[in-house]
Design a protein around this ligand. Structure first.
Ligand code: IMP
Length: 405
């Protein structure tokens, strides 16, 4: 039996924090009743999405950010889950009257972050991790010594494992998985929803350049954040994917260490963009490093993920920043670098200059009313990466958007 193409994958095209939460919200709104589930397929509480319900701010780390919509919210097996953080997310949602218990589904084969994994990460590492126990949990998963949701929910632990786990942690986690959500085979749930004609929105965490295989290794996270990760991390067939929506900011940021070829050296402009864009980690509060758009890297992300539609966020943040630059080429010792070698070390970045603009664009809803300089910038990016920009986000609100197609 052939399943219909009902999966929409949303993926970050850079180092995470591209504004995926708002785009998820928009797509969920667009598909409304035909949406069967929103599914997280990778990462853990290292991610952070801020959502607002009647001015109340909620930070979600593991629960998919489309939780305010009338649809199931699933955590796939590609994720690692911290029970204490999950409980605090559930409490926040209950407080604002969202019946999360009836919506939340967790994969029985997702892995659980133990307190000792977090303790392992207390010292500074050369990578600059979020210290949420992500690396140790994925390490043990691959080493086949980790614990899965089903081990707690179904009480399927061996006596020796019981002794290894802290008793309080065990009973807390068992109670959480048993009484506050549904533990299930998420892959089968998705298949059933597709058979009923429903769409599935797969929500990526982090970004392409932090992918364990395709990112700037070793300065990456420990999971498959690219669109391909949705197939393993949620358990879907690649043939069910209808669209891949790539999200990029109008500039770039990175948290943690590692190469960032387009980082802005001018500290005044760097700080201006950081402050205008509120570029501080929602999980760690760390100031994010700020750079111009690295176009070969974006093009690499577009090709690797099979992006069909690109969304550019935070275009308004560039207002009043003076000239805008884009990284358009890399060189290594006099040789022109080809972009497929993106993750390798480089000696020199080449930038193109673009006119900036001073006009406030945050109230603009129609592309034709944008300043000419803004349009030239957007069109330059679109032409370089060779994929249609579907929409431009010009402010934090749901309506602060310019649809292009
Ligand atoms: P880990 O995921 O905590 O192991 O951290 C590995 C690297 O990924 C570090 O450089 C983190 O700052 C970065 N990272 C992890 N999650 C996110 C995210 O959601 N946004 C941005 N950077 C992230």
């Amino acid at each position: 039996m052939k399943l219909a193409k009902k999966c929409i994958v949303l993926v970050g095209c850079a180092f995470g924090d591209e504004g995926k939460g708002k785009v998820i919200d928009q797509i969920a709104h667009e598909y409304k009743n035909s949406l069967g589930a929103i599914v997280r397929y990778s990462g853990g509480p290292n991610a952070g999405h801020t959502i607002y319900q009647n001015d109340k701010k909620i930070i979600l780390r593991q629960i998919p950010s489309g939780v305010l919509h009338d649809t199931k919210c699933m955590i796939g097996c590609g994720c690692v889950v911290d029970p204490y953080v999950l409980k605090s997310e559930i409490d926040q949602l209950n407080e604002i009257g969202i019946d999360i218990k009836s919506k939340l589904v967790i994969a029985a084969n997702a892995h659980v972050i133990l307190p000792q994994y977090i303790a392992e990460e207390t010292n500074e590492s050369k990578i600059g991790t979020t210290k949420k126990g992500i690396g140790p949990c994925y390490r043990n998963k691959i080493n086949r010594t980790s614990f899965r949701v089903m081990d707690f929910a179904n009480n399927e632990l061996e006596f020796a494992d019981h002794n290894f786990l802290d008793k309080e942690f065990f009973s807390f986690t068992k109670d959480l998985f048993t009484n506050q959500m549904t533990v299930s085979n998420v892959s089968i749930d998705i298949i059933e929803l597709i058979k009923k004609g429903k769409y599935i929105l797969l929500e990526g965490a982090q970004g392409t350049l932090l992918d364990i295989d395709h990112g700037s290794y070793p300065f990456v996270t420990s999971s498959s954040s690219i669109s391909g990760g949705a197939c393993t991390g949620a358990g879907i067939s690649p043939l069910t994917i209808k669209k891949v929506i790539g999200v990029t900011k109008a500039y770039m940021t990175r948290v943690g260490n590692g190469p960032f070829y387009s980082e802005i050296e001018d500290q005044y402009v760097n700080k201006l963009i950081r402050d205008n864009g509120n570029e501080y980690g929602s999980v760690t509060k760390r100031p994010r490093r700020v750079g111009w758009l690295d176009l070969p890297a974006l093009k690499y992300a577009v090709l690797l993920n099979g992006v069909t539609d690109l969304v550019m966020t935070k275009l308004d943040v560039l207002t009043g920043c003076g000239d805008i630059y884009t990284l358009t080429n890399y060189f290594k010792e006099g040789d022109k670098r080809s972009l497929k070698e993106y993750p390798d070390r480089i000696d020199c970045s080449v930038f193109d200059r673009h006119d900036g603009w001073l006009e406030d664009i945050s109230q603009c809803h129609d592309y034709k009313f944008l300043p000419d300089a803004t349009k030239r910038y957007v069109e330059f990016v679109e032409k370089f990466v060779g994929v249609t920009i579907k929409s431009l986000s010009v402010g934090p609100g749901r309506d602060d958007i310019i649809e292009l197609v």
